[in-house]
Design a protein around this ligand. Structure first.
Ligand code: T1G
Length: 691
């Protein structure tokens, strides 16, 4: 899709037209250079670069990254723009991201509409800005602001961009009209001082020190992702070297990262998240009013997540006392958000006002969607869904937040099983992005489509799952925790296993997670499972701890000892419990290296994920990766368990097969690891349905 050239008076408009987000592929890069050449002609006083549709430019075309780079490269484009003898004005509506902002930084003036978002999110793709962004940005805005922008990738809105000096104006009139007028105004002005590469960067020891602190903090938080730290190094380089030296180093680091495994993993997740969110037939219905049943931790979080997206929510509890406690929990959470400057008190008040409490189900009579988040037993679910079936509008969608229970069985107690769907949120529900949408055998495609659209409107990353015990995420987690538990019997300690996996990049180790969520919760979950449906040896230590009252953080001790919420050390009783379990199950202790600890746990999750795809519970391997990355703290820069297994190639497959031959190998599913790009099942159809 070429760059459209249009002349208004003596102003040349270069219109970027590559829907849906005006990404810059080779064709657009060529078009921009040709446009600048045309701009040099006598009859042109100035040039305006503008995007078609709602976006300026959302960056380089990410789809090109898997292929060999083709000229003209983006650095040539930005150098040509900056070197233009005629002033170039960037007219920014919507997204100016990555290479899009680098193009704007090469322009001599930047005009933005109020909805503009300007950022350099390359590190979220395992990259760094590769077309001068790390060298031009600190020459325009405070170097520490620049470092924060490249390290976090977080965009700035128009108001903030004006405050930090990133843009010259916020448009008050239609963008294109104002852009042409501004271009006419600046056409008569000198370009001295408007070419950022010619500028210097304000620096001081204090700034250098602050950058060092920011880098240390960023590297610590990045859990092994390389790009953010490198991006800060390049901002520092801009303070200490001439532009050409800095931009050459930037390019070298960019090309290095471009072909790195981390960049491949982050690209995989970028596209997998978008693929998972796509509808599969069925027309989504509109949702305007939402109800939530249960104001406990999950219910309150779900109500906030829905209210935060602007929906009126009716929150139901059994009695006034429980309702008051739930509303208080919500008020405190919003207050905390204001205190941490995550939102303003006005926004908090607005969102809080979207939530209305009630104890009478009649209050849900007009709701389009009702989400049940009550106690996790079939008896409770059944009674709630029978009552909902009686009061809710015939076309209302009835959703359950169950993490384990059978959606088909819940749907069966209603006269509208086609209207029943699972919306499995992750705690805290107003923070965690992942939403498992669980379709029952009878769930209507339009209900599924509505749930997907609702997820996107509430800022969630949806993944559709079929019905099985634990759906996608919790089923994989059980396999992952199984191996972690067996590794204790075979000779590792909780802290060694946790350290190996957090060094790998997991947000927390399995034993620290068990202590945080409550070891007794897992125990109760196992107590309702079919005997023989899980490996008792893997959870004997967990169950013994529970029997001794060690439930984790909430009891001050679990696998670890806690004081004021902080880990004080290993729980000394664990070693004895492990020794007894070893003897009980006839397991010999041996030296286990970190590599095996990581492989056993991650490959177990991957193997279970492959089996889940094979059974049609998940539509594709990418969906499985999206679930574990967004719901279970799997490091994004490793792409997800199945992607990670892929990266390990035949060596990984051989290792996985080896573990499946081990003493507890019978728990490793048969799904062939080579099948990690197994044929995807049409969404909503499991293998049986597809027959
Ligand atoms: N390249 C190719 N395709 C892209 C794309 C891109 N940069 N951005 C989005 N798409 C596709 C996306 O896959 C989807 O396709 C459709 O557009 C709509 O996207 C040298 C090297 C812009 C905020 O990191 O963050 O520049 O699934 O569903 O929710 O320094 O897309 O429909 O087939 O996400 O409205 C830096 C990435 C690149 C921005 C819009 N840029 N994009 O969100 O729509 S690296 C980015 C986004 C770079 C230079 C470097 C978001 C968005 P499909 P969507 P959305």
């Amino acid at each position: 899709m070429p760059i459209h050239q249009e002349i208004v008076g003596r102003i040349l408009l270069l219109r970027v037209d590559n829907p849906p987000v005006n990404a810059l592929s080779r064709v657009e890069r060529r078009g921009l250079i040709d446009g600048i050449v045309r701009g040099a002609d006598e009859d042109i006083d100035a040039v305006v670069i503008i995007g078609t549709g709602a976006s300026f430019i959302a960056g380089a075309d990410i789809r090109e990254f898997g292929q060999p780079p083709e000229p003209p490269h983006l650095p040539e484009v930005v150098e040509a723009i900056e070197a233009s003898t005629k002033p170039v004005v960037a007219a920014i509506a919507g997204q100016a991201l990555g290479g899009g902002l680098e193009v704007a930084l090469a322009c001599h003036y930047r005009l933005a509409s109020a909805d503009a978002r300007l950022g350099l999110p390359e590190t979220t793709l395992g990259l760094i800005p590769g077309a001068g962004g790390t060298q031009r940005l600190p020459r325009l805005v405070d170097p520490l602001v620049a470092a924060d922008m490249v390290a976090t990738g977080k965009p700035r809105n128009a108001t903030s961009a004006l405050q930090i000096g990133l843009i010259d104006w916020i448009a008050e009139r239609p963008l294109e009209i104002e852009a042409v007028e501004r271009a006419r105004d600046v056409a008569r002005q000198s370009l001295d001082g408007r070419r950022l590469s010619e500028g210097n960067v304000a620096t001081s020891t204090a700034i250098i020190e602050a950058l060092a602190h920011l880098k240390a903090d960023t590297v610590r938080k990045s859990r092994g992702a390389l790009a953010p730290g490198i991006a800060i190094d390049l901002i520092r380089l801009a303070l200490q070297s001439p532009y050409d030296a800095g931009v050459a180093e930037e390019r070298a680091r960019f090309l290095e990262l471009r072909s790195s495994p981390q960049a491949a993993a982050l690209r995989h997740i970028f596209f997998a998240e978008r693929e998972a969110a796509k509808g599969q037939g069925g027309a989504a219905r509109s949702v305007a009013r939402v109800g939530v049943i249960g104001a406990g931790t999950m219910g309150a979080g779900i109500a906030m997540s829905v209210a935060d997206a602007g929906f009126p929510v009716t929150l139901i509890e059994q009695n006034e006392a429980a309702l008051a406690a739930g509303l208080d929990r919500i008020a405190r959470a919003y207050g905390d958000g204001v205190a941490r400057k995550r939102l303003t008190s006005e926004v908090a008040a607005e969102r809080r006002a979207n939530i209305t409490g009630a104890t009478d189900y009649e209050a849900l009579a007009q709701a389009d969607l009702i989400i049940e988040a009550a106690f996790e037993t079939m008896e409770v679910k059944d009674s709630i869904f029978r009552r909902l079936d009686a009061v809710a509008r015939p076309e209302a969608i009835l959703a359950t937040n169950t993490s384990y229970l059978d959606i088909d069985a819940i749907a069966a107690v209603t006269d509208r099983p086609g209207q029943v769907v699972g919306l499995h949120y992750f705690s805290p529900a107003n923070v965690m992005k992942l939403l498992e949408i669980v379709h029952g055998r009878k769930t209507d495609p339009a209900v599924l489509a509505t749930a997907l659209a609702f997820a996107r409107r509430t800022g969630k990353i949806p993944v559709v799952a079929g019905v099985c015990h634990g759906f996608i995420g919790n089923r994989m987690l059980r396999a992952y925790n199984r191996e972690a538990g067996l590794l204790l019997l075979e000779g590792a300690t909780p802290s060694r296993v946790d350290k190996a996996l957090t060094d790998f990049g997991m947000a927390m180790g399995p034993f620290a997670v068990a202590d945080l969520s409550g070891i007794d919760i897992g125990h109760k979950g196992r107590m309702v499972m079919e005997p023989g449906s899980y490996e008792p040896a893997a959870f004997r230590v967990h169950d013994t701890l529970v029997s001794r009252g060690f439930h984790g953080r909430k009891t001050g001790a679990g696998f670890y000892l806690y004081c004021d919420g902080k880990v004080e050390g290993d729980n000394p009783e664990v070693a004895d419990i492990v020794a007894a379990a070893r003897e009980n199950f006839g397991v010999e202790a041996r030296n286990i290296d970190t590599h095996e600890i990581v492989e056993r746990c991650i490959f177990a999750a991957a193997a279970e994920g492959l089996q889940i795809v094979k059974e049609g519970i998940a539509a594709r391997p990418g969906d499985v990766d999206v679930v574990f990355v967004n719901g279970y703290g799997f490091p994004r820069h490793r792409g997800g368990p199945i992607f990670h297994l892929n990266q390990a190639g035949d060596v990984g497959v051989a290792a996985l097969r080896g573990y499946a031959q081990g003493p507890f190998g019978r728990w490793w599913p048969a799904a062939d690891p080579h099948d990690s790009n197994v044929e995807t099942h049409p969404r909503g159809q499991s293998t049986q349905d597809a027959a």
